[in-house]
Each structure stands twice: as C-alpha cells, then as structure tokens.
Design a protein around this ligand. Sequence first.
Ligand code: G4P
Length: 522
Amino acid sequence: MTIKEEVAKRKTFAIISHPDAGKTTLTEKLLLYGNLIRTAGTVKGKKSGKFATSDWMEIEKQRGISVTSSVMNFPYKDFQVNILDTPGHEDFSEDTYRTLTAVDSVVMIIDSVKGIEAQTIKLFKVCRMRGIPIFTFINKLDREGKEPLELLEEIEQVLEIETYPMNWPAGMGKRFLGIFDRHKEQFIKFNGNEEETHIPYTSLNTSAYENLVSKSEFKAAKDELELLDEAGDQFSLDAVLNGEQTPVFFGSALAPFGVHDFFDTFINFAPSPKPRKTTEGIVAPESEEFSGFIFKIQANMNPAHRDRIAFVRVCSGKFERGMSVKLSRTKKIFKLSQSQQIVASSRDTIDEAYAGDIIGIYDPNVYQIGDTLLEGKADFEFDELPKFPPEIFKKVMAKNVMKSKQFKKGIDQLVQEGAIQLYKDKRTESYILGAVGELQFEVFKYRMENEYNVEVLFETIGERIPRWLKTEQVKESLFDDRNILVRDRDDNYLVLFRNEFALNWFKDNHKHIELIDLFEVN
Ligand code: G4P
C-alpha cells in the first residue's frame, strides 16, 4: 500500500466531555466494535469520578493491553482508528488540551439531562480555535432529559456553532421509542436492550408498525423533524470539516442505542490527516519523508525507571523503527530504536507508523513539548503549540533555602518540559506556578522531590483569571495582591485577576487597556 493509501485510512480523534457524560461508556463500545475488547461492562464502572482501576486492569489482562494508556488503536472496516484519551476528572491538565493538537477530529459527548457543562466548553473552545471538526453525541436518551430542540439551541447559543441533527429522537426516558435516521431514511426502534430494529421510512405506514406510529411521542418527533427539514440548516460536509457545523447524533452509550450507526457515519465523514503548517510552509501527510511533533511527555513515576516517553504525532510519511531523525530545535540526530506504540498494546514495540498515528518514543531527557522531528534534509518546525491559560495558581518555594540551586534547576527543567507554567511576581519576585488542574501541582511536587531532591512548599493563591497585557500598557500602580501583575517565561506581562468581578471592574475603569485572553491570541 502506498503512503497516500495508508494515510487515507487513518482516523485520529479524541472524545471530549464533561466528567460523567459517558466518555468511558462510549469509548468502551467503540473498542468492542473494533474487537479490542470482548465484553461490555469492563471499562465502565467507576463511582465518584474515580477510576475503578480493576476494571481497566481486567481489560489489560484480557488482551494484554493497557487501556489506561493514552492512545487506543484498532482497525475498523477499511479504517485504522486512533482514539486519543483526553484526561478528565482530577487529572484534567494542559495535557488534556494539548492532546487536541494531535487529532484530526473530535467527538463531543453531551449529557442530555445536564446539557452543556463547564469542561466541555473549555475543550470545545480549543477545538474551535484550531478549526477541528466536531461531531456531537447527545447521550443518555434512555433518561428524562432536556428537549432535543432545547439542546440544539443550547449548543448553537453557548458554543456558537451551527448544528445539524443527523437523527432525531422520539420520546425519551421510559417513553423513548427510537430515532429517525435522516441520513438513511429509516426509523431505528429502541427495544429496551441492545437490539435495534431498522425500519425504512417507506415501511412505517404498514399495519405492522401501527402501534408505534400512533404514539404521541412518535407523532411529535415527526412534526419536529418536518420543521427541521423545512426551516433547519442544510447538512454541509464542508462546513463540518471547517469546524463551522456540528453533526448531532442522539443515542445512549449505555443501552447501547444508536452508537454503532453513529460510529459508522462518523468514521466515514471524519477527516483523514490533513496537511499541517510549518515554519517552511505546508507539509502534506503523504509526502515521503517522515515528520512529526511531540505533544506530550510522560515521566515514569516509578523512580526505578527514570525514563520518559515522548508522544509523537506523525504528520507525514512513514515512521520505521531504527530510523534516524533530526530534532529540529537542536539539529541533533537521534536514532529512534526504542519506539513504542502507546496504544493499547502493553507497550509493544512498533515497527512502522504513518501520518495520523501516534507513537511513543524513549526520551533520554532531550525532548520538549512542541519539538519537531524530521527525516532527511528537511529543516522546519511545526507551528508552536499554543499555551493554555492556567486556572489555578500557587506560590512555590524550596522548604530548605540552602537548596535554592537545585530548586531553580528543577523548576527550569520541568517548566521547559511543559509540565507546568511559571510566572514571576513583578513586585516580590517570587515564583508562581500556574496549572490547568490540581494534578499538575502534585506531579510537580513529586518530581521535584524525586528527581531534584528538593522539597517544595506551596502557598495557595487560589483560582485566578489570567489576562495578558501589552507591555506598553503596563502600569504597575494599578495592581496589588488582589490583581497580581506577573511576567511569564517569555517576559510577557499578565494580570492574575482575583475573580470575574475584579476583571469586569478593571475593564470598566480602564477601557483603553487591552486585556488578551490567550484563546484569542492563537
Ligand atoms: P465519563 O467517562 O464521561 O466520566 O462517564 P462514564 O462513561 O463513566 O459514565 C458516567 C455514568 O453515566 C455511569 O454511571 C454510566 O453508567 C452512566 N451512563 C453512561 N452512558 C449512559 C447512558 O446512555 N444512559 C444512562 N442512563 N447512563 C449512562 P455510574 O453510576 O457513575 O457508574 P456505574 O456504576 O453505573 O458504572
């Protein structure tokens, strides 16, 4: 098979959602369809937002794979599927955001009972910023939730994206009858279990389905559907691929209902790897020479194994184990002999991969997040990975002042690695760390102690709203402990506002000062 054919088969995506919307349950179904696991109910099963590790381990035992790892990879029909995990719950971090730089499309799960929730909005914003196509799965139709029309309106208003319902539900909860599949012009009947009956529209008027079509939920849904046909937006694959329209599917990940049809349609429409921007122009995925970038570095938390693994998104060409690549930032050549597929497969060594795939390579402490790897004579870098605005900030210091040298070295390295963001208080010169999630602080503390032998102390300054400032507009007298003025690693100024109120007050009183939300900068 040519590189072009291999690339066309790749479908690399992430599933985004707020905790408990059903990401694990849906992922599990997809793994079942891909024959990566054999029984349902093995992945799902966690209470109070905590992974039931045993359930994950069960799958690992079954197939000798590690589902807890970051990429799940399997062939499905004519495609090669890569699902990237976006860590949620208490391990929500910059990694979660950065993962989105390595995918070609995204599935957004919305809980029909709760509607759009905070974490979904944050992740959605990043997708929007990067023009990533978004497919929506509205989950838990087997429960009494919000009205479908209301949910569509919520998506359009809160997320500011056009919607196109690919199917339309009749009833919900105990009154749930099934969905109209607009694409295939059939009604998919919910039988209360895994079985689905597919009835072509043309057969619905036969006596066999009289009982179904006479139900008020069926009639109401049919009326709504007619309304959508007449007054709703048209489906436009171009708009979907440009991230301007989201196809919406209703279903239940748990039942499961509508999941297989959703996946089949999604996998057909989801884009294969596209050309990517670099400092030297566009690179096509099917070009002969290998190129890729590092979007995540995972340190081994086991002190006996100090090695790290760098996750590479292959952007062009073919990766072969043992090949030599150039690290664009330093121009040094490395031989990639210890490559791992962090796919599910218990870290099997992989021999080849194509644009769209994700590989894990051994990191002898030389790589940084955002690094570009190149084969041959090429000399460019992929677009810099965006920085994501942290939400939690803490002052950090060494417990023992005598250790300030190691302290600085550790901070410098961990910050460079992208593990956490560092700021300096403009007035006190103290160090402030910023992160998207609590876990990043824990990992930082652990690694400072174990890798640099420095115990650190945190002094919390709580959640803050960061806004960047143009240097020429900085007036130090305007800031204090409430709204702290700091500098980031690149010497840009930013203000850590105490809360929304403080931010709005500042905006109202200093209209000439431009406050930049990082999401808008990139
Ligand atoms: P997450 O990964 O997005 O956090 O969500 P997860 O799949 O773990 O699902 C969260 C809860 O919602 C689980 O219940 C799961 O069973 C339930 N759920 C997922 N999809 C559906 C659906 O289509 N319908 C209904 N009714 N429930 C659904 P739990 O009680 O937290 O866990 P468990 O003890 O039932 O496993």
